[in-house]
Design a protein around this ligand. Structure first.
Ligand code: ADP
Ligand code: ZN
Length: 574
């Protein structure tokens, strides 16, 4: 708040200038820093790049005692510690990359008060050696980074995070506790507060909207995706971009296709030859976790130094990469959640200049994502019931993503509401809460910076189809899957259907002249919007959702997006 930022202590500003060279705190930072310095617990919810680290690094330099930073990624600890040491802040880490002797040496230094900030993974808190150290050390602040990992409602649940609360309770003097995350929605936020045992924390949520980003959603057949991307890259020479793919194989295929197609497209377009193009060298490079560390760091370096303008990557790319002038991020496939999408797409335009985030998707992405979820790597640390919870929450996250692809409303607005509404997080009420366009009178203001607000799509009135689907779900007793419902509505003569007497229900053949794909589209959209609910499991069943009754109201009206057919090469300038 304004008063909190006004009261940010002068010594905090001085430390900011001294260690980091910055003149002022960003919105959100001042309140959190002040609160911590006053001894209050905090929860900071800030998007990646907003500057969470400063919020605990500055207090760490000022508080009398040690700051412990609990961080999930051992691989990033070294970078963080190196950067702090460069800035003149005594920092260290203890982790499994060190020998037991090295670990002991670090803890001895910390015990003597020679270290200000100590980075550890959550598993470390459970070891006897560390507990012994902690119960004798003077710990002023415990910082929990990526705090959403404590919640089973997020996508990165780590059961070792559940031990943090108990670790804090065990300390002889209770430290200040500061938790940070980029991706908390209502339910996750409540979990963080209760499971990490925060006491009356100051909760600050800042700036999830990125007004300089143009959001663009295009539904497109898979085989058209790569030619579309090639066209985009060809017509945006001199710009850096990231193309995210779902698999390692895909990154290599798309990178190869770009390297072949883009020079030809540019040559064919003529005119561009006079521009300042990277003369030789590839246009695109693949990046994924299966490459050697050397290859990966070379690709990173080439990208950051503008030797290769486009990186085609899996989601392994991006963490810890500091390139602020990425002009576009194109998703070749739909990510698993809005959180993931926001984080990846948000790598565009970090310098505040315009950036473009384009999501290419189609129904087979949804099928693939659902299948991955069902096969999905079981976490050995969880018991079967926990596995169920995690899976269900991942499904809800996916539904939020599907809703983004299908919504006809402002995409900026969708993002902001997704992250901002603490009481109706999806965990509680399902995807309906994040997008109820026609029913809830969601803002109709146009941001002018997304494809939906530009009206770059047409809608189709599917009211009659939606009514028929609803009728059919009723007719078959909410006990069949999507395939059967479509078959009944289309008046199929399949033996299996006749045997069950499904040709006798009133809605049989009601949509005989509507293409099957259209019925499926409407059905999917109805489930995203909460009119229907598709059960989970190997044989999903279509049932009524919380808003089902509305489909029989006289004024019910329903629209879906038409598949966009944009002439290739027509792009809004960014
Ligand atoms: P996050 O952890 O939220 O992703 P970081 O802490 O890595 O963000 O900060 C992102 C970038 O912003 C870093 O380069 C950091 O130095 C810079 N930054 C943070 N706070 C400020 C500030 N008050 N003024 C200027 N730059 C800042
Ligand atoms: Zn908009």
């Amino acid at each position: 708040s304004a008063s909190a930022s006004a009261s940010v202590p002068a010594r905090a500003l001085a430390a900011l200038k001294h260690y980091f060279g910055y003149d002022s705190f960003r919105p959100g930072q001042s309140g959190l820093v002040s609160a911590i310095l006053q001894g209050r617990d905090v929860l900071g919810v800030m998007p990646t790049g907003a500057g969470k680290s400063i919020c605990y690094q500055i207090p760490a330099t000022l508080l009398p005692g040690l700051t412990i930073v609990i961080s999930p990624l051992i691989s990033l600890m070294r970078d963080q510690v190196d950067a702090l040491q460069d800035a003149g802040i005594p920092a260290a880490y203890v982790n499994t990359t060190q020998s037991p002797d090295e670990q002991d040496a670090v803890l001895a230094q910390a015990a003597q008060g020679n270290i200000r900030m100590l980075y550890v993974a959550p598993e470390r808190l459970e070891t006897g050696r560390f507990r012994d150290f902690a119960s004798h050390a003077r710990i002023a602040l415990v910082t929990v980074d990526e705090a959403h990992c404590v919640s089973q409602w997020g996508q990165d649940f780590r059961s070792s995070y559940l031990g943090i609360g108990e670790f804090i309770d065990m300390l002889p003097v209770r430290p200040i506790v500061a938790a940070f995350t980029a991706t908390a929605t209502g339910k996750v936020r409540r979990d963080i507060v209760s499971l990490i045992h925060l006491r009356n924390p100051l909760i600050t949520v800042t700036g999830f909207d990125r007004p300089n980003l143009y959001f663009d959603v295009i539904r497109m057949e898979t085989k058209r995706k790569t030619p579309w991307i090639a066209q985009y890259v060809a017509t945006h020479p001199g710009q850096s971009g990231i193309v995210y793919c779902a698999t390692r194989k895909e990154t290599e295929a798309v990178a190869a296709a770009l390297n072949q197609a883009v020079p030809n497209l540019r040559a064919a377009a003529g005119g561009l030859s006079g521009e300042n193009l990277p003369s030789d060298g590839p246009v695109a490079a693949a990046y994924h976790g299966g490459m050697t560390p050397e290859d990966r760091s070379r690709t990173q370096r080439d990208f950051v130094t503008d030797r290769v303008p486009v990186v085609v990557a899996t989601n392994a790319f991006g963490m810890g990469i500091d390139k602020s002038d990425v002009r576009y991020v194109i998703h070749h496939n739909m990510p698993e959640s809005i959180e993931a999408y926001y984080q990846e797409a948000g790598r565009a335009g970090r310098d505040g200049e315009p950036g473009r985030c384009t999501l290419l998707w189609n129904d087979s992405d949804i099928v693939t994502r659902r299948r991955l979820l069902d096969l999905g790597g079981d976490n050995e640390r969880l018991d079967p019931e926990e596995q169920q919870i995690v899976r269900a929450s991942k499904r809800r996250l996916l539904d939020g993503m599907i809703g983004y692809c299908r919504t006809t409303h402002c995409l900026h607005d969708y993002m902001v509401r997704y992250f901002a509404d603490p009481e109706t997080g999806r965990g509680q009420t399902g995807p309906v809460a994040v997008d109820r366009p026609t029913q809830q009178g969601v803002s109709t203001a146009k941001c002018g910076n997304c494809s939906n607000c530009e009206g770059d799509f047409e809608t189709i009135d599917v009211t009659d189809i939606a009514r028929a689907i609803s009728r059919c779900v009723h007719d078959v007793g909410q006990s069949y899957g999507m395939g059967k419902i479509v078959a009944v509505l289309r008046g199929s003569k399949a033996q299996d259907l006749l045997n069950r007497g499904l040709d006798k229900v009133p809605s049989y053949g009601m949509l005989g002249s509507v293409p099957e794909a259209r019925i499926r589209d409407v059905l999917n959209q109805m489930s995203v919007d909460g009119f229907l609910a598709v059960t989970e499991g190997r044989l999903p069943i279509v049932q009524f959702g919380p808003l089902a009754a509305q489909t029989v109201a006289p004024d019910f009206h329903y629209e879906i997006k038409r598949i966009q057919r944009r002439s290739s090469g027509r792009f809004r300038a960014v």
